[in-house]
Write a protein of this length. Structure first.
Length: 203
């Protein structure tokens, strides 16, 4: 059981602990995400096969990808609800304006509402993912992974230019976080694309 837990713990460490040196976010550790996800994929499949004795059970690539993404999103939801000012799990603590908003109760109340709104939306999305994983047929899963790839890529149309501008203006700590986040998003897209290809080839 311990060998199954190690990749999950590694994944949490990679996601929650930013590597910061001299006030600059280092991008390198996010390249570990695909490696860790590969380990987790293997361990989940091995564990699932060992649980159901006498039956051949193979988790398809898309289901595994959706489960892993759901776990990471759930981590983000917990951070947004319990520690929105944290600099872990892609929370809003990276934005200097969040701390400044506390000086104005009216503005901070609005910011808190919007943060909770985002967390609530993510929670709805996670529950839908669970439903797709459990009851979705092949067509539903393929469409879901394509929809995820498309929706995640929209990050670069509006959100990335905004966070990059704030980063360049010195409104984000540590400096360079926008690039780190961009690389992480690309890793997710590549991971989902690989999962889709593996699923289609296996089918």
């Amino acid at each position: 059981m311990l060998c199954y837990l190690v990749p999950f713990i590694s994944c949490i460490i990679v996601f929650w602990i930013p590597v910061i040196k001299n006030g600059i976010a280092i991008d390198l550790h996010f390249f570990l995400v695909p490696v860790v996800l590969h380990q987790v994929t293997w361990c989940v499949e091995e564990w699932f096969n060992s649980v159901v004795q006498g039956k051949e059970v193979i988790l398809d690539a898309i289901s595994i990808a959706l489960m892993l993404f759901g776990v990471l999103e759930l981590s983000n939801v917990l951070v947004l609800y319990l520690a929105p000012g944290s600099k872990r799990g892609n929370s809003v603590g990276f934005f200097d304006a969040y701390e400044k908003s506390k000086s104005d109760p009216e503005i901070h109340a609005l910011v808190t509402y919007l943060v909770n709104w985002v967390a609530g939306t993510k929670l709805i999305f996670i529950v839908l993912l669970i439903g797709i994983i459990i009851t979705g047929n092949a067509a539903t899963k393929v469409f879901s992974i394509i929809a995820l790839i498309f929706s995640i890529l929209t990050f670069f149309s509006r959100l990335y230019p905004g966070i990059r501008s704030m980063d360049q203006a010195g409104q984000i700590t540590p400096h360079g976080y926008s690039r780190t986040l961009g690389i992480m998003i690309v890793c997710f897209v590549v991971f989902f694309f690989i999962a889709l290809v593996v699923y289609l080839v296996a089918s």
